[in-house]
Design a protein around this ligand. Structure first.
Ligand code: IPE
Length: 247
């Protein structure tokens, strides 16, 4: 089973609110179509927000820890993410990929410690039925805090754990983790390998950033790759482009 995240900045135009990067999304959909035609099965897709969702969240002061108790605010963010999700689904459906949505707001929550609880029975059953479940960064209910943001990266980590993913791919705007000379780091087996370039502490980096991604991926059993859009198809077909993270 492969869990693939399409970074929000890859498939949207970050400069303009709620604007798709249509060409990039078409390329991503083409790569997924080609891989499925070549026999790849059991694929779960997660996408981020990019120019969708983030600005609504910041307008309302909502983060992964600061919640809202107002339905209108929660639905602003959720609605923007559903709009983007609909674009992703339709590009996949146009290519006969059997993509169906799974909205985290309706299924996940954070417990008293703020930890993500994500039931995966429906994702598993959809996979068995030959579907490609497509999840997305979203709002979720949060014990004691109303509703907070859940990032696509958090969903990827939880899905990989619960569904025992073989491989994890993060399709990003960069071709991998870059070293001080902007060359792609081939392999990371411990955070110390890249602490110099990514920073020793990620205390201020709770919702994203490469440091947080690398730390989260190092905690997972499955091998993970961070790569750019040019390498999406080769990743899906079994190669390890970009940076491989494997503890
Ligand atoms: C966006 O998800 C979540 C929001 C609702 C705001 P991500 O945080 O995973 O999005 P990108 O990939 O970094 O844009």
């Amino acid at each position: 089973m492969i869990v693939l995240k399409l970074g929000g900045s890859v498939i949207t135009d970050k400069e303009r609110p709620e604007t798709l990067d249509g060409e990039a999304l078409e390329r991503a959909a083409d790569a997924i179509e080609a891989a499925l035609a070549d026999g790849v099965d059991d694929l779960v897709v997660v996408h981020g927000g990019g120019s969708f969702g983030h600005h609504n969240a910041s307008e309302h002061g909502i983060t992964t820890t600061e919640g809202t108790h107002e339905a209108g605010a929660a639905l602003d963010v959720h609605g923007a993410m559903k709009t983007l999700n609909q674009f992703v689904l339709s590009r996949l459906l146009e290519r006969d990929v059997d993509a169906v949505p799974v909205h985290p707001f309706s299924t996940a929550h954070r417990d008293d410690d703020g930890d993500l609880v994500l039931p995966t029975g429906q994702v598993d059953t959809l996979l068995e039925g030959g579907f490609v479940p497509v999840l997305h960064g979203d709002m979720i209910s949060h014990a004691g805090a109303g509703a907070t943001v859940v990032s696509g990266d958090e969903l990827v980590a939880e899905l990989a754990r619960s569904l025992d993913a073989k491989r994890i791919g993060l399709c990003s705007t960069v071709p991998g983790v870059l070293d001080a000379d902007d060359a792609v780091v081939d392999r990371i087996t411990a955070y110390e390998d890249v602490a110099d370039v990514l920073g020793a502490s990620d205390a201020t980096d709770v919702t994203g950033g490469m440091a947080a991604k690398v730390r989260a991926l190092l905690e997972l059993e499955a091998e993970a790759s961070i790569f750019g859009l040019d390498d999406l198809e080769s990743f899906l077909e079994g190669e390890s482009p970009g940076t491989t993270i494997d503890r």
